[in-house]
Design a protein around this ligand. Structure first.
Ligand code: ADP
Length: 433
């Protein structure tokens, strides 16, 4: 299932970033190409201005000057003197090539229909030596080539000279194609990298979800396993009750009652952890006298410890302590879990110590015992749900949930909990608040 989600998220992430990349690239290309065209057109207009001024000043237009101008700007000139091709064109055979001839005709047609300035009519026959020119882009039909065209109209007395200047845009087109290819390659490389990044990124994003799902599955499996044993005992005791005499019946009923209590405590622990998972496990901090809280817990556990022939001691600081901001009920719950474990995992005749100290604005709560101890490898794992160290697996009524709840309570108080070996055997749990 997660594989599918991973692939879907990768595709979604890569798709969105790719779409953004492509839109941005196209936008950039559009703006940059537009600017290239405009710059080219502006520089063409500037050249034509210079050429027109120079033409105006020349009394005779020399072939040498025309060929120099053509070579300088990469332009092609086509001049008509009173409608007759200029000698220069005849010499360069320009008007002889049918392809160029039709191009020039088409160009003149466009000029006459869209751009002609009406020069002759406006100025009249009186004006002598006047010049007008117009520039426009030209895309001949059926051809890939594009041009910038200028038509210069020069009136000298009764003679009129029309000069067509063609500036092919092949170089600009090549430049644009090169730029597009560069962008295409960069975009392909970026899309590949983005897809790779999306794959790892979404994988990392999914990791906590996968982990939480794994823990949930493990939790359900472990919970079902733990529920099965007391349920099986209850069912078989109930079955035996049917044919048993009154004395045996009462023993079976006691067993059912005990297992029922165990089940209740297990279900309560599971509900507590489920509340913590869904953020419903709250804590209501208030100023608390921790020493009083410890004394009360000590007194509550004294008979339990005595029943198992364990000695229980309490150590409190001499000086009076400041109030601690904590949830009193949760702290009692935490101490009860630690003391309950200490009683369970300490053999008869052992000792359990409860202590409180205050250093550098921190409260240190410790529960130590002279019990079976916890192997170093297990010390991190014992705070995991349903984890139980090998040595304590047989202990009845223990499901490996107590320390998980203790860790949650400490987390709610922004404190820390740790476990260490007690010198001389046993363990010491330290809670810092
Ligand atoms: P449990 O209900 O099994 O005690 P906990 O979460 O409270 O569950 O503890 C997890 C495991 O940590 C226990 O099963 C036990 O192996 C180990 N443990 C906890 N407290 C002690 C202790 N005081 N001495 C030795 N082992 C302990």
């Amino acid at each position: 299932m997660f594989r599918k989600v991973h692939i879907y998220l990768t595709a979604l992430c890569a798709g969105i970033t790719t779409a953004i990349l492509i839109v941005m690239s196209l936008l950039y290309l559009y703006l940059s190409e537009k600017e290239l065209y405009e710059n080219q057109f502006r520089s063409f207009q500037n050249d034509i201005n210079t050429i027109a001024t120079s033409l105006e000043q020349q009394s005779v237009i020399s072939m040498e000057w025309l060929s120099k101008m053509e070579a300088h700007g990469g332009y092609t000139f086509y001049a008509l003197d009173n409608g007759i091709p200029f000698l220069y064109n005849r010499l360069t055979n320009l008007s002889e090539s049918s392809e160029i001839r039709s191009l020039l005709d088409e160009c003149l047609e466009v000029y006459e229909s869209d751009y002609e300035i009406g020069f002759r009519e406006e100025t009249g026959a009186d004006s002598y030596n006047t010049c007008h020119h117009v520039e426009f882009p030209f895309n001949p039909s059926g051809k890939k080539h594009e041009f910038h065209i200028s038509v210069i109209e020069l009136q000298r007395g009764t003679s009129s000279l029309q000069i067509l200047v063609l500036s092919p845009l092949d170089f600009l087109r090549e430049q644009i194609t090169r730029q597009r290819m560069r962008f295409l390659l960069i975009d392909i490389a970026a899309i590949l990298l983005l897809s790779l990044f999306s794959f790892f990124f979404t994988g990392k994003l999914l990791q906590p979800v996968i982990e939480s799902r794994r823990k949930q599955t493990e939790f359900v499996a472990a919970a079902s396993h733990e529920l099965r044993t007391p349920l099986a005992v209850i069912l078989s005791a109930a079955e035996c009750c049917r044919d048993a005499d009154t004395e045996k019946q009462s023993r079976f009923l006691d067993t059912i009652r005990q297992e029922g209590d165990i089940l209740t405590s297990l279900v309560n622990d599971m509900l507590t952890l489920s509340a913590s998972d869904s953020q419903r496990f709250t804590c209501r901090p208030a100023p608390v006298e921790l020493d009083t809280l410890l004394i009360n817990t000590y007194e509550a556990f004294e008979p339990i410890a005595a029943e198992k022939e364990l000695s229980l001691s309490i150590t409190l600081p001499e000086e009076s302590l400041p109030l601690c901001t904590a949830d009193a009920d949760r702290i009692v719950q935490l101490l009860s879990i630690l003391l309950h474990n200490a009683v369970s995992y300490t053999p008869e005749g052992g000792h359990i110590g409860l202590a409180l100290s205050h250093k550098k604005n921190r409260f240190y709560l410790t529960v130590s015992d002279t019990g079976i101890g916890i192997p170093p490898d297990d010390r991190k794992k014992i705070f995991d749900r349903f984890y139980r160290a090998e040595k304590s697996r047989g202990t009845k009524g223990h499901f490996g949930l107590g320390l998980s709840i203790a860790a949650e309570i400490v987390r709610l108080h922004h404190g820390t909990i740790s476990v260490a070996d007690r010198p001389g055997g046993g363990s010491v749990f330290t809670v810092i608040l």
